[in-house]
Design a protein around this ligand. Structure first.
Ligand code: SF4
Length: 59
């Protein structure tokens, strides 16, 4: 399951990983912790490789 670690995500900007997801599974309300829609996610790991903070993880 792909998750966003709230301790690593600074939650102070628009999440740039949203645009790398090929199935639009990542959403974010304001600057809050991004949410992964597990039903949409195809586990391609693109967001994990992309996130500069290493906040998106597969666990
Ligand atoms: S693993 Fe791929 S499909 Fe799943 S949220 Fe990340 S970029 Fe989107």
């Amino acid at each position: 399951m792909i998750t966003v670690d709230k301790n690593l995500c600074p939650q102070n900007h628009h999440c740039p990983a949203i645009k790398v997801c090929p199935v639009n599974a990542i959403s974010q309300k304001n600057y809050e912790l991004p949410q992964i829609d597990q039903d949409k996610c195809i586990k391609c790991n693109k967001c994990i490789k992309f996130c500069p903070m290493g906040a998106i993880q597969n666990q």
